[in-house]
Structure formats: C-alpha cells, structure tokens
Design a protein. Sequence first.
Length: 449
Amino acid sequence: MNPRLTLAGSVAGAVIVALDGTVLTLAQPALQRDLDASFAQVQWTSTGYLIAVASLLVFAGRLGDRYGHHRVFGIGMLGFGAASAGIALAPGIGWVVALRVVQGVFGALAQPATLGMLRAAFPPDRLRAPIAVRTAAIGVAAAVGPVLGGALVAGPGWRAVFLLNVVPAVVFGGLALAVRPARSASPARLDLPGALLLAVTLACLVHALVALPGWPWTAATATVTGAAFVRHERRTASPLLPPDVIGSAAVGSALGVLVAASAALSGALFAGTFLLQGTLGLDPLHSALVSLPLALLMVLAAPSCAVLLRRAGARRTTVAAMTVLALGILALSRASATPALCTAFALVGAGFGSVMVAATHVVVREAAVESAGVAGGLQQTAMNLGPVLGVAAATALMGSGGGPELPLSVLAALALAGAVPGRKLPGRSGTASDDHDQSRDRTPVPARR
C-alpha cells in the first residue's frame, strides 16, 4: 500500500464527510422553502444521517478488518457520492431524508477505514504526522465549509451543495478499489448478533439524546439492548469488540477524552451562537468572523501536537490540550468584546485540535493491525456521540433558564474533568525507540480460536 496515496485517500474521505456536515446546515433553510417541508422534516435530514452513521461505525470498521480497509473505503466513497447526487436531484423532502440515511450508511463504511488505512500503511512510530495532517484537513473543511456552502446556496442553490462531493468521492473511491491490499493472515468472523445489538443500542441512544418524540421508549430500549450486547460479547467466541481493543486502558481513556472534548466543543458552539447573536446582538456574518480563529487554530495546532507527542508523550499532551480547551470555553462564557471573543475561540480551537490528534493517535496506535478498523470505528463513534451529548446538555441547561453562560461554564468543567481521565493514557512514550519497542510487542500472532 502506497503510504502517500493512502494518506491522500484518508484525508479526502475525512474532508468529504466533514464538508458535507458543515454545508448542510447552511442549505437547510433554502431546502425547507424549496421543498415546502416542515421544520421536523428538515431536522430529520441531519438526525437520520446521524442515527445511521453512529449505529454502524464499529461494524463497518470490523468489515474493514475482515475484507480490507481500502475495499470498504472505496465502496463507502462511491456510495456516499451516489447518494449525494441523488439528494441533489430529489423531488421531495421524503427522498432527501431517505437518501440522507443511505448516505449515512456509506459514510459509516468510509469513516473508520480512513484510520484503518493509516494504521495498516504506517508503522506506529510514524503515525503522528499522518493523523495530524488528517486533523488539520478537517479543520480546513470546518473553516471553508460555511463560506463555500453559503456561496453555493446564494448562487446555484442548495442542490449544488450536494453535488460538491460527487466527483472527489468517485475519484478516491475508484482509486481505493484499484488497490489490492495484503489479505489478513487470520480474519476474524463477523459477529452479526453483536453488530445488530450495538446498532440498535446506539441508534436508540442518539434518538433519545436529540429528544425526538418517544425518546423515553428508545432510552429504555437502549438500556436493554446495551446490557444484552455486553452479555453477548462476554460469551461469544468472536466478539465484535476484540479484547485487545476494549481491554486496553489507554484506548478506553482516549475514547473517553474524545467524547468529553467533542461534547464540550459542540455544546459550547451551540450555546455560543445564542450568546453571540442573542446576548451580544451580533449578526450572523459578524458571529462567523469572530469564531473564525477556532478553525484557524485547529489547523495550526494539529502539526504542533505531533511534535508535542514526540517530546512530551500522550498523557501530558492530552492533559495540556484539554486544559486549554476548558480555559477557552470558560473565557467564551465571560467575553463580551471582539478581541476577547476571538481569543476565546482561538483557545478552543487550539485545545480541540490538539486533543483530536493526541487521543486519536493513542486509539489507532494501541490497536493491533488486525483490529485497526474496530479502533477507528470506536474513535468515530466517540466523535459522533460527543456532539449529541454536548448539544443535549446545553439545550437542557439553557431551557432551565440559566442562559448561554451557564452551559458554557458547565461544559468548561466537563473539559477539565476530561483532562484527568480515570484510566491513564500512555506516559512519556513519544520517543522513536519506545514506539519501536511497543510496535514489536504488538506483532500479530495467530488466532487460537
């Protein structure tokens, strides 16, 4: 597998999915008017996608482990591009919602593979830089997405937003399918009952967290199926979540950090919008310009974090990054002037960009090559569930009458709590020699089952 081509495909896949999410938000009002849709129907264009992608990420990662990450990535990209083209031609809101669910299914195939491909193509001691490049590219997409989406909606219209992904998805999907990766020495069997139980659990959990009608029933269902999933995984011979992944204290801690960081960021952005446009009275354009340092510092922080990981190790880097994120959110809750707001958003971007690189590096690196897809699926699941939790918490706190400042303070406390995880990340393991030793210890061994 060509490392450069693999990195290009990984970055392209991550950027395509990130752009799709950012530009959709700007296209929704025009979509609602053009298709004469209700607010609830438009909400399902986001919720349906989120439920589909969150419920299938881990199983999709397992498919990559079994059949090859390039192959699964290629299918995911081609399907994602085809669904995007279908949405651009959709005659009604029902078609848009249905195709967004289909898009979520193919997005779930592609996302874990973007990390699984990196783990297979790069040795553990060289994973920092590729992950940093991938994270910086996501930051660029976050910065460019709103501007590009706004221009497309104002010009050709909302349908052009969905045509944006078609060509790059087809190109990189075709290139990925042209690659013939080495076959796994001992492919694990697919745990279909476990995949079904986990999918139902995560789908019901997302449904409950976004407080859709009937959420108490889906919350109860998530509890029951979640318990059944844990029981099934303990008894089955080929679990969906391999013990070397979920049994790792470092991976569990890194996943917890990712959930806390993404929840704090998304909740802060949600509450920050009301703070900027409500309490402070800024117009949408001024608000976007004030928050632009977040994306800029996220891009700049990613390569800097790769250097910190090598010199200080994952634990110290993560603690420092979560602390910066918390300070940024806390500063945002108390800022009123433009310079202070820009500084607060810059701190948030620097902290979150560093956390993404550091924690993702731990999750991908600690997993064995034959479990890299599952590790990538868990990382993506954490990054999808965190924002739902953060927005739900911010909505509940604002509904209690506390205003946007209260959610921001609570989310800053959440970020600080995430800086001191219950289970420790690897210590000062950033040197090349340590990485070499650890990669040697994780050499795959034949399965005993």
